[in-house]
Design a protein. Structure first.
Length: 234
């Protein structure tokens, strides 16, 4: 009788083990079993991309928020801020149309030095026949079709980056619109510039130059030297 009891308990135990094995296979699905570690291989290292939750030793660098711009200058109903906005702003509209928000960005160029671009990255120019003291634009009519003025609508906001905000303002044009100025010089776009970084207006007529962050003229484009082709290479 004792023997039968032991045999029965052994049979139940075997059945339970088989059931556990079947549950394990079901939970694992079709996943391949983990490979046994190979002797002599280095222990796995923590990936540099591991998150702090995966690796408590990874320390995230603190994110420094952009400083909130403050109003540095007010010209009637136009506010000029101390720097770029801390939120994304829409780019400037297409040429010849004003906007209530204007961005000015100091932009580096290997060819002409640092110049100022608008929110779309389009080069801004100054005209030698204008005046800065007092600010006055002398480009109207057909001239303004080729060289559209950068206009600010009122009430407006101007966000300069890389430009002293105290140098930024606007001047009223002959048609009543308001044109952005840098150090008193009215600034323009060039109709033949079609993409950000174009400087096709540089030096046109000896009077048009990309404007620099202090209102001055950027340096002329380097001259292209035409080197004659040797006769043997023709």
């Amino acid at each position: 009788m004792l023997l039968r009891s032991r045999i029965a308990r052994a049979a139940i135990a075997l059945t339970s083990l088989a059931a556990l094995a079947a549950c394990g296979d079901k939970e694992a699905g079709s996943a391949a079993p983990a490979a046994a570690p190979t002797v002599g291989q280095p222990s796995p290292t923590v990936s540099a991309a591991a998150t702090p939750e995966e690796n408590p030793e990874v320390i995230e660098a603190p994110v420094t928020p952009l400083p909130k711009p403050t109003v540095a200058k007010t010209q009637r109903r136009v506010q000029i801020y101390s720097g770029p906005s801390d939120v994304s702003l829409p780019p400037a509209p297409n040429m010849g149309r004003g906007s209530n928000i204007v961005q000015l960005n100091g932009t580096a160029s290997a060819d002409i030095g640092t110049y100022v671009a608008d929110g779309r990255g389009m080069t801004l120019y100054r005209f030698d026949k204008d005046t800065a003291k007092p600010s006055k634009s002398n480009c109207n009519g057909d001239c303004a079709k080729t060289w559209p003025p950068l206009l600010i609508k009122s009430p407006g906001q101007i966000y300069p980056s890389g430009i002293n905000p105290q140098l930024v303002g606007y001047v009223e044009r002959a048609d009543g619109t308001c044109q952005v100025t840098i150090a008193g010089w009215p600034v323009y776009l060039f109709s033949k510039d079609t993409k950000p970084g174009d400087i096709k207006g540089q030096g046109v007529g000896g009077t048009w130059f990309a404007i620099n962050p202090t209102g001055g003229k950027t340096k002329p484009l380097p001259e292209v030297v035409d080197v004659p082709t040797p006769a043997a290479a023709r």
